[in-house]
Design a protein around this ligand. Structure first.
Ligand SMILES: Nc1ncnc2c1ncn2[C@@H]1O[C@H](COP(=O)(O)OP(=O)(O)O)[C@@H](O)[C@H]1O
Ligand SMILES: [Mg+2]
Length: 240
């Protein structure tokens, strides 16, 4: 592959001090994303885990899922401590905020996100933490990024249920009063996910009930926390 414009932009970006994620805009209008290994101090490494390990997991996940035809950003080029991805479009919170997009298109984006998660789960994989800000929408397809916790996982099993809970939790954190987006995603997920996936979600939510009580208690002490508020909303929604 010869792509002098991309090679030049990549070379320049790699020579600069590493930033975890950066956008590469080429003169011809193409856009790519460069993700590099985070360098953490000893204390942060203890809190956040080994970044090199997380990076390796993400790169493998991008490669394996893309090779299986699954909706992830994919890999254009890579080095020992970097990976270059094509632009997969704005992330779901940007889609919701986009002025130029109609309601129907936004609903479509979330339905595609749900379907994308269902397809990933069908293939015996789990994203690991599919926050709404880790799903991109290019106007046609929803694709996952940020696969640092990617894993192979039993169909309709624990880790796939965790994915659904994570997605719902992050949706309720951003849009506590408006479940439309999440509903569109869950509806599409339910029909495209493996048999028994929603039952597994309900089982997990049942086990997580004490977390809901804890969050409700803490929420009274810290009424401003959107995450705490979202826990109760998430558990109530997914119990259905
Ligand atoms: N391939 C991509 N296409 C579009 N946007 C991307 C892509 N990769 C990263 N981004 C943007 O960069 C942000 C951070 O990337 P991400 O992989 O989620 O890193 P982090 O681990 O820091 O959350 C994303 O939320 C998204 O806005
Ligand atoms: Mg992210």
């Amino acid at each position: 592959m010869t792509d002098p414009e991309l090679d030049a932009a990549l070379k320049t970006a790699l020579a600069e001090p590493p930033r975890r994620v950066r956008q590469l805009d080429l003169p011809d209008g193409r856009r790519f994303w460069l993700k590099r290994v985070e360098r953490l101090s000893g204390r942060l490494r203890l809190q956040k885990g080994d970044p090199a390990q997380a990076f390796a997991v993400e790169r493998d996940g991008l490669r394996v899922a893309a090779a299986a035809g699954l909706p992830v950003a994919g890999v254009v080029a890579e080095g020992p401590d970097w990976v270059l991805m094509p632009d997969a479009g704005p992330v779901l919170p940007e889609v919701v905020d986009a002025k130029g997009l109609g309601e129907a298109e936004k609903m479509q984006a979330f339905a595609e996100a749900g379907r994308a998660l269902g397809r990933l789960h069908w293939a015996g994989m789990a994203h690991g933490r599919p926050a709404v800000r880790d799903v991109c929408w290019d106007g046609r397809e929803a694709r996952f990024i940020d696969l640092e916790r990617f894993r192979h996982a039993r169909r309709a099993g624990f880790w796939q249920a965790v994915d659904v809970v994570m997605f719902a939790q992050t949706a309720f954190t951003l849009w506590p009063e408006d479940a439309r987006w999440l509903d569109a995603a869950l509806e599409a997920y339910a029909v495209s996910a493996p048999e028994g996936a929603m039952a597994a979600v309900r089982r997990l939510v049942w086990w997580l009930a004490p977390l809901g009580w804890l969050a409700a208690g803490l929420s009274r002490a810290r009424p401003g926390s959107r995450e705490l508020l979202a826990v109760g909303l998430t558990l109530a929604r997914l119990r259905r």
